[in-house]
Design a protein around this ligand. Structure first.
Ligand code: ADP
Ligand code: ZN
Length: 727
């Protein structure tokens, strides 16, 4: 047998396949998509089997071929569907096939990974059924036998606690036998719950999906926060299960998986695998094996869970579809929604995109009937949406070191007295966003990036949020040597400190990237807030979406302007989404909820319309602006970044590329080259070109040629992003 193998060459960004011979002992294991270990020059490399050939259709003679060294996988990881999908992704994103296959694999199974992950095996002891068991003189031995007569099967390590020498003797005498069983690492507790009877509207929506003629249709479920979307998802999945079909559910944030998974577990019990980046390698490996061995029919996870090797998909659900994390920021820069559409077509199964604040692109598609629009305009049982108050910080009396308006402080105090919970949002971590000298104006910047350093008070360090550079903050200015260094701007750490000063007895839980580095920390924090061990949950956008806490009656936004001031054409949209989402965390239980938003831009439409929960007016308003400026959804964008450690080379090459694009893409507008929003990251200079178009048939060909041209240029790297989230 001869196989064609796609190998990963770390030095070049090109795809290479080579033919290898399969020695007889491996022939049975070879399948398309399985990984093999092959000799390559002096190295051993892993690669994917792409074709199975015989001597007649290989262009090589048998003695010209080398033999493979081993078969890496026990089960095929990339089945026929996923092999095709990888090819599509590499075409859609203009990245290599090998990088597309790599991105589809779970971290734990990736090539070049040094540690080998093993199955977790539990050893049980059972009685030998084929012999008559005598009465035993030894007390411990008899005890063990009696136990096993009652319990049939007991973990060996448990019996060893009684007496390991007795276990040994019983085994030697053939009275006890060993049974091995693969065990999974990730343990999940759950209580089975009866489902709610669906409301009329929920039923109607479920039926609309199930009865749709086109079964590979994309549905946009636009439902206000708390309208019962999750119950609709579960019902749809149950219907898929009834037909023997499997489902994928994507959730936007790891902090959200805990709540969603526990809701799903109470209904679907063990029929669920979980995939996200914060599982240990061993856990990920196990969850994948559950899927590959067809032991589960539901997969819940973050972006890459869209590649779960489920067969016979019956439903794909993407919750909070507007979330930017569904787009991968590294190569291959794929969008999980695009991948979901391909899988939905392949399996002829519905794709549900759910959100209270869909992206403009999605909503526009729904309005044009490209997607089927489903709407839930009210909360379950007509519970009102929370009342939102905008606080104009320009009118607030300036109080030293305070970032709270009087009214927000009053409301927090009031909740503490009533023993109700509050959520406070500030979308910026750290203590202060920059540090400067009061005497000479010197500002601490990253030596590797064009960005100010953020002060983290707990560690006493100033850090770069882009490259990770960090150093101690010293009181003296490195420039003028005066003891005048001071920190400005706010972050969650400073707000936490301020809260502790004002409310010394309040229990405050801060949740941001800095406090959630430990494994399992998201889960623990969400659980303990749910159990009311804390009064206030303070955090960045990771606490804004999807969470369902019944006792939260107050949501406060410390500064709505952080996202509004970002120079990006989507900044109004992301601000409106963030405010609407976080407002939706209030008043989800019996008690009415309130929301207070602090801002210096109270008249901005994104802020004003979030006050009235008016998605549709926001949509209309923002669409006008996008239309005027020729931005998405009216036009498509593709961004090309030109990266080099040499400023002059980056500048010259971006001008050349700009010319090339202008000459070859006649149906597009080419913007730039200009310097990218952050000009230098990790000592790499970044120029950017933006291609704007409605229809540009030559785009892929023109860009492919460009990539080919720069492939051998070690000084310049191109970074191409179709439909970028940020520009
Ligand atoms: P969403 O996902 O739209 O935010 P959820 O599905 O979380 O909404 O529902 C909001 C709240 O309403 C949840 O606490 C949920 O348990 C409850 N709920 C949803 N559907 C029903 C129903 N049919 N009957 C009673 N309660 C429901
Ligand atoms: Zn840096």
């Amino acid at each position: 047998m001869i196989i064609e193998v796609l190998v990963e060459l770390s030095t070049r960004s090109v795809d290479k396949t080579f033919d290898y011979l399969v020695p007889p002992q491996f022939v049975d294991k070879i399948q398309l998509g399985i990984r093999v270990l092959v000799p390559f020059g002096m190295q051993k490399l892993e690669g994917f089997v792409l074709k199975i050939k015989n001597l007649n259709n290989s262009k090589y003679q048998i003695d010209e071929l080398k033999e493979i060294l081993d078969v890496v996988d026990e089960e095929v990881i990339l089945n026929e569907e996923l092999l095709k999908l990888g090819k599509k992704i590499s075409e859609m994103t203009l990245s290599t096939l090998i990088s597309s296959y790599q991105v589809m694999l779970p971290e734990a199974l990736k090539a070049r990974k040094k540690i080998k992950i093993n199955k977790k095996i539990d050893i049980y002891m059972v009685l030998n059924k084929n012999i008559e068991i005598p009465i035993l003189k030894n007390e411990n031995q008899q005890k063990i036998v009696d136990l096993l007569k009652r319990k049939k099967r007991i973990l060996k390590q448990e019996l060893n606690k009684i007496s390991s020498s007795s276990v040994k003797t019983l085994m030697k005498n053939n009275i006890l036998l060993e049974e091995q069983e693969e065990n999974y690492r990730l343990k999940q507790e759950y209580v089975k719950k009866e489902k709610y009877p669906l409301t009329k509207l929920q039923k109607k929506i479920v039926n609309e999906v199930l009865e749709s003629k086109d079964q590979s249709k994309t549905f946009l479920l636009h439902g206000v926060t708390g309208s019962g979307k999750t119950e609709v998802y579960m019902e749809l999945i149950e219907e898929a299960l009834k037909n023997g079909k499997s489902s994928i559910v994507l959730v936007p944030e790891i902090s959200l998986t805990e709540q969603i998974v526990s809701r799903f577990r109470s209904r679907f019990l063990e029929n669920i695998a979980i995939l996200h980046s914060r599982l240990s390698s061993g856990e990920k490996y196990d969850e994948w094996r559950k899927i590959a061995r067809h032991e589960v029919k539901i997969v819940i996870g973050a972006r890459s869970a869209i590649f779960a090797p489920l067969e016979n998909l019956g439903m794909i659900i993407i919750d909070e579809e507007h979330t930017s994390s569904y787009k991968q920021e590294q190569t291959p820069k794929y969008s999980a929604i695009d991948v979901a559409k391909l899988r939905s077509e392949y399996h002829s199964c519905p794709l549900i995109l759910g959100s209270a604040t869909p992206t403009l692109e999605s909503y526009a598609r729904a309005k044009k009937n490209v997607y089927h629009l489903l709407e839930m305009k009210e909360r379950v049982n007509q519970k009102p949406l929370p009342e939102v108050t905008i606080i104009d910080m320009n009118q607030e009396e300036k109080r030293k070191n305070s970032h709270f308006s009087k009214i927000l402080l009053e409301e927090i105090k009031n909740r503490l007295e009533k023993h109700e919970q509050s959520i406070l949002l500030l979308n910026r971590r750290g203590y202060a966003s920059f540090v400067s000298c009061k005497n000479c104006g010197y500002v601490e910047k990253c030596p590797n990036c064009d960005i100010t350093l953020t002060y983290h008070k707990t560690s006493g360090m100033i850090r770069c949020h882009y490259c990770g550079y960090a150093k101690k903050l010293l009181p003296t200015c490195p420039e003028c040597h005066e003891e005048a260094m001071t920190s400005l701007g706010i972050g969650t750490e400073k707000i936490e400190e301020e809260l502790m000063e004002v409310f010394p007895s309040a229990q405050i839980l801060r949740m941001d990237l800095d406090t959630t580095t430990k494994k399992g920390s998201h889960e623990r924090m969400i659980k303990s807030f749910q159990n009311h061990e804390y009064d206030i949950l303070l955090g960045t956008q990771m606490i804004a979406k999807g969470l369902d806490f019944k006792e939260v009656t107050l949501v406060g936004v410390i500064n709505a302007d952080t996202s509004l001031n970002i120079p990006d054409f989507r900044s109004s949209e992301t601000t409106f989404q963030l405010l609407s989402q976080v407002a939706g965390r209030s008043g989800r239980g019996e008690k009415e909820g309130k929301v207070f938003i602090q801002t210096y831009n109270k008249d901005h439409y994104a802020i004003e319309l979030s006050r009235t929960h008016d998605y549709n007016s926001f949509y209309e308003e923002e669409m006008k602006i996008r239309h005027e400026l020729n931005y998405p959804p009216y036009y498509y964008l593709t961004s090309i970044k030109i990266l080099s450690s040499d400023y002059e080379i980056a500048r010259v090459e971006s001008n050349k590329i700009g010319e090339y694009l202008k000459n070859n893409l006649k149906n597009s507008t080419i913007l730039g080259p200009s310097i990218a929003s952050i000009f230098r990251i990790n000592n790499i200079y970044r120029f950017q070109l933006i291609i704007k178009y409605k229809k540009e048939e030559k785009l892929y060909d023109v860009l492919s040629l460009l990539i080919e041209h720069y492939q051998s240029n070690s000084k310049v790297k191109l970074d191409i992003d179709f439909n970028p989230i940020h520009i």
